[in-house]
Design a protein around this ligand. Structure first.
Ligand SMILES: Cc1cc2nc3c(=O)[nH]c(=O)nc-3n(C[C@H](O)[C@H](O)[C@H](O)COP(=O)(O)OP(=O)(O)OC[C@H]3O[C@@H](n4cnc5c(N)ncnc54)[C@H](O)[C@@H]3O)c2cc1C
Length: 429
C-alpha cells in the first residue's frame, strides 16, 4: 500500500505503447500539470509496432528507429517513462489506488488508464516449443524472427491474416520458399469481402508464395529441438526452418478483471473510454467500445486492433480523465503493406449488402466499395490512395457515393460524393 511518502496523485498509465503514449501526450496537450507515469514491461522505449512485420524484417528498422518519441520528449513533458516493469496487481477506490509491479515497485495514482494492448493467440500444437516457431508482437520477437529468416530457406506462415501475409510477402521478396497455411476457406476473412480475399490469394500466388486454404495443421516436426516442418491433416509435411504463427490476438484484461471491471472481448468501455467502474479509462487493443459507425446496424460495439483506433480512443480517454467531454466518433481506418500492394481500408464493412468494384484487380490497382441499403459504409482500396481518402472523408462527413457512379474509375471518386442520396440516372436517360 502507498506510504505517506507516496501520495495518490497524478495519472498512472499501464501499457506504454501506441495508446499509452497518446494518453500521456494528450493529457499534457490538454493542460494537465499533475504527474504522469507511463509504465510498460518491455525493455524498449515506446515504439511503433506496424513496421515489425514490414521494414523491420528487412533489416530497415530497429526498436530505436521506431521509437515514437525521443527521451527528451518525455523529460520535457514531465512524463515519467518506466520500462521493464510488469504491473501484476492493482487496487483502487474512488480517490485512487496503487499498482504493484512484479519487481515489488509500487505506483500510487489518483487516476488510472489501462492501455495494456493484446498478446498473440497461441496454438498448443505438438512442437510449438521448437526453436524456429514464433509469434510476432514485440520488437524482441521481431529481432529473433529477422535473424531466423535470414538463415532460413523454407518459411511457413500459419494464419492468412494481415500480419501473416505481411511476413509472407517480406520473406518471399527475400527469396525464401514461403507457404501460408490458412484454416479458413479464404485469406483475411475477418476483415474483407470475398473479392478482396481472392485478389490477395492470387497476388501472393503470382509472387511465388504457396497458399493452402482450409489447411489443417496437426503438429510441428523437429530435429535437435529445431523446427523442420509443419505436418498437415493429410499427412504431408511442409518443410520449414521458420514457422511464424499469426492467428489473431487476445486482449490483455487481467488487471481489469482484478479491478472487477466488466470484460467481454476486451475491457468494456463507453464512448468516453470509461470502464464499468466509472473511474478507470481504457483504450487501444484492450478496449471494447461502442462504435458509432456500426451502431445503426445493431452490433453496437467492437474491439479494433489498429493504430488509428488506439490513437483516437486514447485522446478520448485522456479528456475523460480530466473531466472534459469527449466522445469517440471517428471513422475507423487501417492499412496493410504486402509486397508492393498497399491496402487501405476505411469504415467497417461487416454489415454490407452490396459491393461495387472500381478499377481492375488485374492491374493491382482497384477499390471495392461496400454499401448497406444503398449507403456507402466502407471501402478496401488497393494501391488507390485517392479512393481511400475520398471514402474516408465522405464517411467522416456522413456523405455517400451513389453505387452506380462509384464503378466509373474515369471520374475521381471525390467528385461523386454527395450529401443527399440522389436518384441514380439510368443509362438511357
Ligand atoms: C506486427 C504488427 C503489425 C501491425 N501492423 C499494423 C498496421 O499495418 N496498421 C495498423 O493500423 N495496425 C497494425 N498493427 C496493430 C497496432 O500495432 C496495434 O493496434 C497497436 O499497437 C495497439 O496499441 P496499444 O497501445 O493498444 O497496444 P500494444 O501496442 O499492445 O501496447 C500495449 C503495451 O502494454 C504493455 N503491457 C500490457 N500489460 C502490461 C502490464 N501488466 N504491465 C506493464 N506493461 C504491460 C505491453 O507489453 C505493450 O507494450 C500491427 C501490430 C503488429 C503486432
Amino acid at each position: 500500500m502507498p506510504t505517506p511518502a507516496q501520495p495518490r496523485t497524478g495519472t498512472l498509465i499501464v501499457g506504454n505503447c501506441q495508446a499509452g503514449v497518446q494518453i500521456a501526450s494528450t493529457l499534457r496537450e490538454l493542460g494537465d500539470t499533475e504527474p504522469i507515469t507511463l509504465v510498460g514491461e518491455e525493455p524498449h522505449a515506446p515504439y511503433q509496432r506496424p513496421p515489425l512485420s514490414k521494414a523491420f524484417l528487412k533489416g530497415e528498422a530497429t526498436a530505436d528507429s521506431l521509437a515514437f518519441r525521443t527521451h527528451d520528449f518525455y523529460r520535457e513533458h514531465d512524463i515519467e517513462l518506466v520500462t521493464r516493469e510488469r504491473i501484476v496487481t492493482i487496487t483502487r477506490d474512488e480517490t485512487g489506488g496503487v499498482a504493484v509491479a512484479e519487481s515489488g515497485r509500487t505506483f500510487p495514482f489518483a487516476r488510472l488508464a489501462l492501455a495494456t494492448g493484446a498478446v498473440p493467440r497461441t496454438i498448443p500444437f505438438e512442437g510449438s516449443e521448437l526453436e524456429g516457431v514464433s509469434y510476432l508482437r514485440t520488437a524482441t520477437e521481431a529481432t529473433v524472427l529477422e535473424q531466423q529468416l535470414h538463415q532460413a530457406t523454407n518459411v511457413v506462415v500459419v494464419g492468412g491474416g494481415f500480419i501473416g501475409l505481411e511476413v509472407a510477402a517480406g520473406a518471399r521478396a527475400a527469396g525464401k520458399y514461403v507457404t501460408v497455411l490458412e484454416a479458413a476457406p479464404r485469406l483475411i476473412g475477418r476483415a474483407v469481402c470475398e473479392q478482396t480475399s481472392e485478389f490477395y490469394l492470387q497476388a501472393h500466388r503470382r509472387r511465388g508464395t504457396r497458399v493452402v486454404l482450409n489447411a489443417k495443421v496437426v503438429r510441428f516436426t523437429g530435429e535437435h529441438d529445431r523446427v523442420t516442418g509443419v505436418e498437415l491433416g493429410d499427412g504431408t509435411v511442409v518443410p520449414a526452418e521458420v514457422v511464424l504463427i499469426g492467428v489473431g490476438v487476445i486482449p490483455r484484461t487481467e488487471l481489469a478483471g482484478q479491478l472487477g471491471l466488466q470484460v467481454d472481448n476486451g475491457i468494456v468501455v463507453d464512448t468516453h473510454a470509461l470502464a464499468s467502474d466509472g473511474l478507470t479509462v481504457a483504450a487501444g487493443d484492450c478496449a471494447n467500445m461502442p462504435n458509432p459507425s456500426i451502431a445503426d446496424f445493431g452490433q453496437g460495439r467492437l474491439r479494433l486492433e489498429s493504430v488509428q483506433n488506439a490513437v483516437e480512443q486514447a485522446k478520448v480517454a485522456a479528456a475523460t480523465l480530466l473531466g472534459q467531454a469527449a466522445e469517440h466518433k471517428t471513422v475507423p481506418w487501417f492499412w496493410s503493406d504486402q509486397a508492393d500492394l498497399k491496402l487501405q481500408i476505411a469504415g467497417l464493412s461487416g454489415e454490407h449488402d452490396q459491393v461495387v468494384l472500381r478499377g481492375d484487380p488485374d492491374s493491382e490497382k482497384f477499390s471495392l466499395l461496400y454499401y448497406r441499403d444503398g449507403i456507402l459504409i466502407a471501402a478496401d482500396c488497393v494501391n488507390s490512395p485517392l479512393d481511400f481518402m475520398a471514402v474516408r472523408n465522405a464517411l467522416h462527413k456522413g456523405q455517400s457515393v451513389p453505387a452506380a457512379l462509384a464503378a466509373d474509375s474515369s471520374v475521381p471518386l471525390k467528385k461523386s460524393v454527395t450529401d443527399v442520396l440522389l436518384p441514380v440516372p439510368s443509362p438511357a436517360a
